[in-house]
Design a protein around this ligand. Structure first.
Ligand SMILES: O=C(O)c1ccccc1NCC(=O)[C@H](O)[C@H](O)COP(=O)(O)O
Length: 198
């Protein structure tokens, strides 16, 4: 299982997550978030990251032009779109993207069936809220194009292993406090997500 650690705000945490075995890191460009990072700071971190780490930029309510410009500036790999976007919107993007389904019910997770997407729990305000998605929604279906997010922790991530997700995404569950990652939690989360309880 691939693991993305979201809400990176500093190089020390980024390096620690890479050393712990993360596959992808997320940078939040949403000013109201305690995990917000400015473009210049994110670019400096991205420059220093190892080559096989996927760099993901998170956007809320940006226009396609703003996303294209920011992605070019950052040299990030994937734009994660944390707001509702239609096919016309994504057709204007010059970069790889990941749409986020903020799921309120089981029907929601059927959207964008043919593309890789991230499913997060619906919360009114945007953000790594720690709220979980009901795992039973994913029973008896193909989850190989789904990245599961929302309320995952080192203690509960073993529960998702049997659903065949492409990957998992975590932010608040591996923090010391909002914006600061906790080394022990990151290590344990990645180990359990990738290898199960041992
Ligand atoms: O983290 C934020 O503050 C944030 C702000 C705006 C949009 C998205 C944001 N976070 C999303 C994520 O970190 C993850 O995709 C996911 O929701 C996991 O969050 P968590 O439940 O805290 O593990």
């Amino acid at each position: 299982m691939r693991v993305k650690i979201c809400g990176i705000t500093n190089y020390e945490d980024a390096k620690m997550c890479c050393d712990a075995g993360a596959d992808a890191l997320g940078f939040v460009f949403y000013k109201n978030s305690p995990r917000f990072i400015g473009g210049r700071d994110a670019r400096e971190i991205i420059k220093k990251l190892p080559p096989f780490i996927t760099k993901v930029a998170l956007f809320v309510n940006f226009t396609p032009t703003q996303i294209n410009e920011t992605m070019k500036f950052l040299k990030a790999d994937i734009a994660q779109l944390h707001f509702d976007v239609n096919d016309e919107f994504v057709s204007k993007l010059n970069c790889k993207y990941l749409r986020v389904i903020r799921a309120k019910n089981k029907n929601d997770i059927e959207k964008f069936a043919d593309e890789y997407k991230l499913v997060d729990a619906y919360v009114k305000e945007y953000g790594g809220s720690g709220k979980r998605v009901a795992l039973e929604w994913f029973e008896n279906r193909d989850n190989s194009k789904t990245i599961l997010a929302g309320g995952l922790t080192p203690e509960n991530v073993f529960e998702v292993g049997r659903y065949g997700f492409y990957g998992v995404d975590v932010s608040s569950g591996v923090e010391e406090y909002p914006g600061k990652k906790d080394k022990k939690k990151v290590r344990k989360f990645i180990e359990v997500a990738k290898y199960g309880l041992r």
